[in-house]
Design a protein around this ligand. Structure first.
Ligand SMILES: Nc1ncnc2c1ncn2[C@@H]1O[C@H](COP(=O)(O)OP(=O)(O)OP(=O)(O)O)[C@@H](O)[C@H]1O
Length: 392
């Protein structure tokens, strides 16, 4: 991995010193905190019995109503225990701290993610990502997503920080889709959305969700992949709307505005079920208030309309979710059959003489303790029972 952090003499004492230290934590040397998301903190650790194996331990926050661990976490475990694919992050272990009912999931560690890779190119090397790397990242992302969708799993929160890429080692340059906190198994006929607030990070959110659609389909993930593809090409988020916070499932007018500016207004002709969407009806004035001269997607991503990369991108960003390309269809697209062909190691182009970018390793905060970093609330017996079942 080459992180130079595993032997930090301070890390063990910093993180394992708490008197609340659960027994299972003895299996690991915790190096430090590497990230924080909506649902918890992520720590880098080494398995003591196999120090060459880095692990990312995700500690979940408890739900506000104090019922042990959130339903989100329980959903994530149920899903991750079932799935196994080279482009989906592997859940290595599940741990419960029975003293305070906090939940920890141990995943295989990935040194990079698309958020950092894009940022590195934009802010440090000031250079576009190599076309081979873009194509290989996209192909592997679609391959993982095709597996999830074939198993009736919609991710619902795809964004660059959730798309991990393995660092040095056997799996170098392999994409791993992560963070199934919001994913859930869906079965036809589709179930309605639960009222759990905003679920897809706004920049990658599909227009049907922004317009109040009551159903998630795999097409929402394909919209997000389209946005990510464009971001890999230009190093800038494609639709960078201003989020309106504070309400449950707010109507995100600015985000829609950003989309319409690039793709033009959707029409009933192109998207027949548009009129059935709640906000299309109720906020018609706002949505259709200002019509734009469309900027043209090809201009924004600097591709000729005849370029197969543009053809693929525009088919992922189709307004009508029923017409939007599926992951399986995208994998068959001409773009992936043209040189440079996609490869398993997305970070190292196979052509001799190609410059290899050295991406930075994740910064580690060794001052944050894995135990007791999140305030805990009283647990309920039902959660104890669930955890016993899950860890059995
Ligand atoms: N298995 C892993 N290996 C290495 N880093 C990881 C792993 N899983 C998550 N991370 C990193 O930890 C950070 C926090 O991840 P997390 O999934 O908790 O939140 P997020 O995706 O940034 O935001 P949100 O929770 O709002 O979706 C991210 O930078 C992510 O790339």
């Amino acid at each position: 991995m080459g992180d130079g952090r595993a032997n930090n003499p301070n890390s063990h004492s910093n993180n394992n010193s708490s008197s609340n230290k659960p027994e299972w934590l003895e299996e690991y040397d915790v190096i430090g905190k590497i990230g924080e998301g909506t649902y918890g903190l992520v720590f880098l650790a080494k398995v003591k019995s196999n120090r060459s194996k880095p692990i990312a331990i995700k500690k979940f926050k408890q739900s506000k109503d104090g019922d042990g661990v959130s339903p989100t976490a329980i959903r994530e475990i149920m899903l991750l225990r079932e799935i196994s694919h080279e482009n989906v992050v592997k859940l290595a272990n599940v741990h419960i701290n029975h003293a305070d009912m906090s939940l920890y999931l141990a995943f295989d560690y990935a040194e990079h993610d698309l958020y950092e890779i894009i940022r590195h190119h934009r802010d440090k090397v000031n250079q576009a990502i190599n076309p081979y790397t873009v194509k290989s990242l996209l192909w592997q992302l679609l391959n993982g997503l095709n597996y999830l969708h074939s198993n009736w799993i919609v991710h619902r929160d795809l964004k660059p920080s959730n798309i991990l890429v393995m660092g040095d080692g056997e799996e170098q340059g392999v994409v791993k889709i992560a963070d199934f906190g919001l994913a859930r198994i869906y079965q036809a006929p589709l179930k309605p959305l639960s009222e759990n607030g905003v679920v897809v990070t706004i920049w990658y959110r599909a227009p049907e969700l922004l317009l109040g659609a009551k159903h998630y389909t795999s097409a929402v993930d394909m919209w997000a992949v389209g946005c990510i593809f464009a971001e890999l090409l230009t190093l800038k988020p494609l639709f960078q709307g201003q989020e309106v916070k504070g309400t449950i499932n707010p109507f995100q007018l600015d985000q829609l505005d950003k989309i319409f500016k690039v793709l033009g207004h959707p029409t009933q002709e192109k998207w027949p079920t548009l009129v059935n969407l709640p906000h299309w009806q109720s906020d018609l004035q706002h949505i259709q208030g200002h019509k734009y001269e469309t900027a043209g997607l090809y201009n924004v991503v600097h591709l000729s309309p005849k370029n197969p990369a543009y053809d693929l991108l525009s088919k992922m960003l189709e307004y009508d979710p029923q017409k939007r390309l599926t992951a399986a269809q995208a994998l068959e697209h001409e773009y992936f059959r043209m040189e440079p062909l996609p490869g398993c190691n997305a970070l190292v182009p196979p052509q001799p003489g190609e410059k290899v970018v050295n991406y930075p390793t994740r910064p580690v905060d060794t001052s944050t303790d894995i135990v007791g970093t999140i305030s805990l609330q009283p647990s309920q017996p039902v959660c104890l029972l669930m955890f016993s079942l899950l860890t059995a």
